[in-house]
Design a protein around this ligand. Structure first.
Ligand SMILES: Cc1cc2nc3c(=O)[nH]c(=O)nc-3n(C[C@H](O)[C@H](O)[C@H](O)COP(=O)(O)OP(=O)(O)OC[C@H]3O[C@@H](n4cnc5c(N)ncnc54)[C@H](O)[C@@H]3O)c2cc1C
Length: 395
């Protein structure tokens, strides 16, 4: 057990949104945090998302828990991470009779999730966004936003560093060290800059490796039911809309178009794939995104396609097809699997990363008998630029 006079040491594996938000939370609660990322910050899924700050509207009918988490965190991130967010709002638009019928369930689900939605006329929607499909039949305004994926992760990391957390990029954890009683005692990692192996002694280790969480947990011979679920993103070289445009329908392929800087991005698909390190970008999925984007915003047909890429959601495994998996998150304390001191956080959304970190830190503190509570809800994040400027960086 940790020396009661010393700060408990936490090793976080993974430098995506979840790991960076967790580094801030644990460091603010008095831990000595060191984070290990095998690439650069946001090298995994976090650097390759739509960047949609979800209002929760996408989930309010089929996945109410995720919808509630999204709106709660949407409000918090708008306050603490203003620098990374364009809060332009969003529209859900109906293009068919079945979309129109879905609108009634959507309005009811939004009330249940406490999302401020307002139905507006198609003419009003076209006045707000002249490039959307003029044949739309129904429209709702929602409090969506767009965030810059790299900056959001870096802003959490920069703030964590100011509190004393240490970040090790290009350091891949290849071993979880154990004591003879099974308790984890540290990580062994390869520093890829210098091709050297080092150890860090830790009281707790948190696996925040997203879609890689299963293989990381296997280093300690424990099981995490993560189901890597990739999706394609396609970017076009023109900012054709100022708001997020969602299709008013059950979550489906190509139902979200997000403005990002001078582009728009359409996504996404959802399928099972085992090798998270190599996800081919399938042409039929790109073609499908093109078709779906043009249904929402017809001028996409004439826009130049800038690029297409894939990344994998770290969803929690259950039966059913990939599209139907919940977008909520889960924290695991692996003490019950014979690895006390080891925790995993997986699932969730970029939008809910702060909440995921809070709940994980609560679990870690409870396991060590530490009474510190979360302080990140009101902590305005430092400029993302400070991450690279700060002399406390380990690299
Ligand atoms: C196509 C797509 C679009 C999405 N769009 C949105 C959106 O618009 N809005 C939203 O809220 N959410 C969105 N999401 C979900 C969101 O992007 C993810 O939930 C989130 O990025 C997961 O973050 P993470 O930190 O848990 O995982 P990651 O970002 O994948 O971080 C895990 C990190 O662990 C590192 N790692 C792995 N193994 C090791 C090791 N052994 N040692 C050290 N480091 C290791 C990896 O390099 C990686 O950087 C989208 C997801 C996908 C797939």
């Amino acid at each position: 057990m940790p020396n009661i006079n010393a700060k408990p040491r936490a090793a976080i594996i993974g430098g995506g949104f979840t790991g960076c938000a967790l580094a801030l939370d644990l460091q603010m609660r008095g831990f000595r945090v060191e984070l290990y990322e095998r690439g650069e910050i946001s090298a995994g899924t976090s650097g390759r998302t739509h960047g949609l700050l979800h209002s929760g509207g996408r989930y309010c009918v089929e996945d109410v828990e995720a919808g509630q988490e999204c709106i709660q965190e949407n409000r918090i991130l708008r306050k603490i991470a203003k620098q990374c967010i364009e809060f332009n709002g969003g529209l859900f638009i109906a293009l068919t009779d079945s979309d129109v019928a879905y609108g009634d369930k959507f309005a009811k689900g939004a009330v249940e999730c406490d999302i401020d939605v307002e139905e507006i006329t198609p003419a009003e929607a076209l006045r707000l966004e002249p490039n959307i499909n003029p044949a739309l039949l129904r429209a709702f305004q929602v409090p969506d936003g767009a965030f810059d994926p790299l900056r959001l992760a870096l802003a959490f990391a920069a703030t964590a560093k100011r509190y004393g957390a240490i970040f090790h990029s290009y350091c891949e954890v290849n071993e979880i060290l154990r004591r003879s009683d099974g308790r984890v005692s540290g990580v062994r990692y390869l520093n890829r800059h210098e091709n050297q192996v080092h150890d860090f002694d830790a009281d707790v280790i948190i696996n925040a490796t997203g879609a890689w969480a299963g293989s990381t947990a296997a280093l300690a011979h424990v099981d995490v039911p993560v189901r890597p679920t990739p999706g394609v993103m396609v970017a076009y070289d023109q900012r054709l809309v100022q708001r997020v445009i969602n299709r008013l329908c059950i979550p489906d392929d190509g139902d979200i178009l997000v403005p990002q800087r001078r582009m728009v991005l359409i996504g996404t698909t959802s399928f099972d794939h085992n090798d998270v390190d190599y996800i081919p970008v399938y042409k039929d999925q790109i073609d499908l995104m093109h078709e779906r984007a043009a249904q929402l915003v017809p001028s996409v047909k004439n826009a130049h396609m800038r690029g297409a890429w894939m990344s994998a959601r770290p969803l929690i495994a259950s039966g059913g097809d990939a599209r139907s998996l919940t977008r909520t998150y889960k924290c695991y304390d692996h003490a019950g699997q014979g690895a006390p001191g080891l925790f995993t956080i997986t699932g969730g959304k970029a939008t809910t990363c702060r909440l995921m970190a809070e709940k994980t830190a609560d679990l870690v503190c409870a396991s060590l008998g530490i009474q510190q509570t979360c302080q990140t809800r009101d902590q305005e994040l430092d400029s993302y630029r400070q991450y690279y400027n700060d002399a406390r960086s380990a690299m």
